[in-house]
Design a protein around this ligand. Structure first.
Ligand SMILES: *Cc1c(COP(=O)(O)O)cnc(C)c1O
Length: 409
């Protein structure tokens, strides 16, 4: 946990902050950020130790509570999201758990989109329900449904935009106003957009949640998570949960993600530019029925997405292959994926390597067919998280399967 270097941040651009903020050099003057692998800290005196443990003086006491490398990552992410403070966790799911443990108790109610990340729906709808936390899941883009779901005991609205895999976009400002009118907080899962495209706190949200595992690392190496929020929420609500529950981010992982932040801006812009070009190419392809990408004018929330996401659609798209029946659609989608020689068949995202997956049989495989239908996840749907390979090579690899589809049964 740590605070943003507020004065310094105010004068600098976000891409500069990504490289220069939260650099704390040791006595050796290293230019690259140091990695502090230690679980404990030597205290200068018993008196200072007592003050530090009591929270009366800044200073590291134990690895579960804090670490200089972890603190650098938190301060840099806070600077990029424009938040007063940030606190990191061992994974994105651990960040959501920390948020819910800190803000909800038995009898409280949370409203989420029904198209959120699958593990988020399981954690909130099933696991937290065992502790008496109530939840409602509403259609992502239906503001009236969000409003109708709010009750007297609603403490938190939790949105993710754009969503996976259909890239549905919800209106952060409208949801923030709605939450605040009800005396609740709005949290936004900003994994897909990252602070490069979208800064939910500036749009009125109270908490930004991250899976550092995705674009913040950017090269698919480590797990990490974080919450960005006010100093008050971080120190008074989240930090006590971190201390007792121990979902601490490992210093090595923090160092990897800290360095990942330095190239986030350039990676996101390059990967998103490729994604837009790939989306346009797929939309013209005779074997493709429909493309889901916020950067395309055909996307239902295109204008909202462009206004909310700095005019950039993001680096994930999905497309549906043309087919007669669900069985044929599944066989055709499998054919496209199994014909790839370059792209990775993987359900992850946020990597420099392009990853492609079949949501209906993987990330959304545990849903019933009716749930899948209502989520709009067809058997012919393929999700592509676009990386940094040459666009022509990505298109060629998808062409291998797509161009042969009509010859299939
Ligand atoms: C991956 C992901 C998470 C969970 O993060 P982990 O680091 O895997 O725990 C949450 N939300 C979204 C949108 C994600 O893509």
């Amino acid at each position: 946990m740590n605070m943003t270097d507020k004065k310094a941040s105010a004068a600098l651009h976000p891409d500069t902050l990504a490289v220069r903020s939260a650099v704390e050099r040791s006595q050796y003057g290293e230019n690259s950020e140091a990695l502090y692998l230690t679980s404990g800290y030597v205290q200068p005196s018993a008196e200072v130790a007592a003050r530090r443990f009591n929270g009366d003086e800044d200073g590291f006491t134990y690895g579960r509570y804090g670490n200089p490398t972890v603190a650098s990552f938190e301060r840099r992410l806070a600077a990029m999201e424009g938040s007063e403070a940030a606190i990191s966790t061992s994974s994105g799911m651990a960040a959501i758990l920390m948020m819910c443990m800190a803000l909800l108790k038995t009898g409280d109610h949370i409203v989420c989109s029904q198209s959120m990340f699958g593990s988020t729906i399981k954690l909130i709808g099933t696991d937290l329900a065992r502790f008496g936390v109530e939840s409602s899941f509403v259609p992502q883009t239906d503001l009236a449904a969000w409003k109708a779901a709010i009750r007297g005991n609603t403490r938190l609205l939790f949105a993710e935009t754009p969503t996976n895999p259909l890239t549905e976009v919800c209106d952060i400002s409208a949801l923030a106003a709605m939450a605040h009118q009800a005396g609740a907080l709005l949290a936004v899962d900003n994994c897909f957009a990252t602070p490069v495209l979208q800064r939910p706190l500036a749009l009125g949200a109270d908490i930004v949640m991250h899976s550092g595992t995705k674009y913040l690392d950017g090269q698919g190496r480590v797990m990490a998570g974080a919450l960005c929020a006010s100093e008050e929420l971080v120190t008074e609500k989240f930090l006590p949960i971190l201390k007792s529950a121990g979902m601490t981010l490992a210093p090595f992982n923090a160092w990897v993600v800290l360095k990942g932040l330095e190239t986030l801006d350039i990676r996101m812009r390059a990967q998103a530019a490729q994604t837009l070009a790939l989306a346009q190419w797929l939309e013209q392809h005779p074997a493709v029925k429909r493309v889901f990408y916020p950067g395309l004018p055909s996307h239902p929330q295109h204008l909202l997405a462009m206004a909310q996401q700095s005019g950039i659609g993001g680096a994930v798209l999905s497309f549906e292959v043309r087919a007669g029946s669900p069985e044929q659609a599944r066989a055709r989608a499998f054919h496209v994926l199994d014909s790839m020689q370059l792209l990775s068949l993987s359900t992850n995202l946020g990597d420099t390597k392009t990853l492609a997956a079949h949501p209906a049989s993987t990330s959304h495989g545990r849903l019933t067919e009716a749930q899948r239908q209502s989520a709009g996840i067809g058997q012919g749907l393929i999700r592509v998280a676009v990386g940094l390979e040459h666009l022509g090579d990505i298109e060629n690899d998808l062409s291998r399967g797509l161009s042969g589809l009509d010859a299939l049964k």
